[in-house]
Design a protein around this ligand. Sequence first.
Ligand code: ATP
Length: 325
Amino acid sequence: IKRIGVLTSGGDAPGMNAAIRAVARSAMKRGIEVCAIYNGYSGILSEEIKVLNHNDVSSILKQGGTVLGSARFPEFKQPEVRQAAVEILKKHGIEALVVIGGDGSYMGAKLLTELGVNCIGLPGTIDNDIAGTDFTIGFDTALQTIVEAVDKIRDTSSSHRRANVVEVMGRNAGDLAIWAGISSGAEAVFIPEQDLSLPEVLEQLKKAYDSGKRHAIVILAEGCIKNGLVESPEALAKLIEVHSGFETRATILGHIQRGGSPTAFDRVLASRLGAHAVSLIAAGIGGRCVGVQQNRVVDFDIVEALETMKHVPALDLYNLCYEIV
Ligand code: ATP
């Protein structure tokens, strides 16, 4: 194999650049040329394609976001658009592709593989919601950002004897909320995968208030709003205020969670997965997604991952949130 492409697709995540760098460097080590494809799958069609040299990926390891740009390109669901993409890749001599993104991006990668361009998917999203891997690239950095923010919210909540509902990202997955809940010592954590047990939580918060506690942090996964379990962080805050006695505020952390320099963990993860993707491609293998399980790099058939390997959050960790409150 002489030349491959790399692109980032879907929502961006810290550590995507570390993955791009690992793909580029390990391919170059094997004498394989690497083309950057800009702005996700749309960059194939618009031919935003550039051959990378060793220096092009210097110093991107520590940068947040993705230097390749990311885009949503729903047109890629149309077979004729994908066929046109294959022709363009052929024209540029690109024989295989590393796609860094979420499960939507994996679907595109699977379909391209069926058209003869071997694709490997890498899990790039802060949400940790991809099957076949214990951790996604960007999760650890987003978690770090959340914990720093919640620590600050706790300071001011304590001063004013307030409770604070903090909405965190995660799409339909509760992982960010669970890990943030444990590491910030939250009084309650709401995730979309579990019943809320709202009356119990309200009762606990009232007890906490009555016993003189000066703050309460409630972590709310955005998935609870998406699936209608909670109307809004403000509505939950109001409910807590009425039932517990705490004056309550709501904070939506928002896109701050998606930015920032990746943590060492995310850099290492991205580097391992990127290098593994290249080793698969070099062996003529495609249609696989790469992940880490129990600290070992693993790969699975993308179809199997998408169809049969549902992501489940660590419910033992969810239970731990309430055990150590
Ligand atoms: P995130 O979870 O961070 O949003 P994602 O990869 O799941 O990432 P999507 O917007 O679902 O984000 O998908 C990214 C891109 O992948 C789409 O804009 C489209 O170009 C391509 N894609 C998604 N679904 C399909 C599909 N069924 N067939 C072909 N291409 C697809």
